[in-house]
Design a protein around this ligand. Structure first.
Ligand SMILES: [Zn+2]
Length: 155
């Protein structure tokens, strides 16, 4: 397997005001989650909050029984902070992780993760991934979830 490297093309040379910040996402100095939720409305939706050479941070809302397409990542570990609701991660190896508000979930590279809102309210999770965040679709070995989408995609 080829190794992967990243290029940091813009580097700070000293203390610098945050002039590269945006008024709106991504890369606002402050994001009020409640305002994003109000703007985005009914789930499912996702909103990129932070993006740079090393991180892609996305706020993701799912309705009850909703979730992601099961997939795995080749070169990075992914983690989430649960901000609302009851979520379940079904992972390769028959591992199930239940998580609720304020829980942090970490999944290493290579593990298929199928994330499902198992509660009765909208779930909200902040996902931290690394660009280019290639996704490799793989059916969930636990629940059998599969679909006809692309085998590989980039978030
Ligand atoms: Zn992922």
């Amino acid at each position: 397997m080829d190794s992967v490297s990243i290029v940091i093309s813009r580097q700070a040379t000293g203390p610098t005001p945050p002039s590269t910040a945006n008024a709106m996402a991504p890369n606002a100095l402050r994001t009020r989650v409640a305002e994003v939720v109000a703007q985005m409305g009914k789930p499912p939706w996702s909103k990129r909050i932070i993006a740079d050479e090393r991180q892609l941070v996305t706020l993701i809302a799912s309705p009850p029984a909703g979730g992601n397409r099961p997939h795995w990542h080749r070169e990075f570990d992914e983690w989430w902070v649960v901000l609302a609701g009851q979520l379940q991660w079904e992972l390769t190896g028959n591992i199930v992780v239940q998580a609720a508000k304020d829980d942090i979930v970490w999944v290493p590279r290579g593990a298929v993760h199928h994330i499902v809102n198992v509660g009765t309210e909208m779930s909200l999770r902040l996902a931290v991934a690394m660009p280019p965040a290639n996704h490799y679709f793989s059916p969930c070995e636990q629940c059998g979830y599969t679909d006809d989408g692309p085998r590989e995609w980039c978030a």
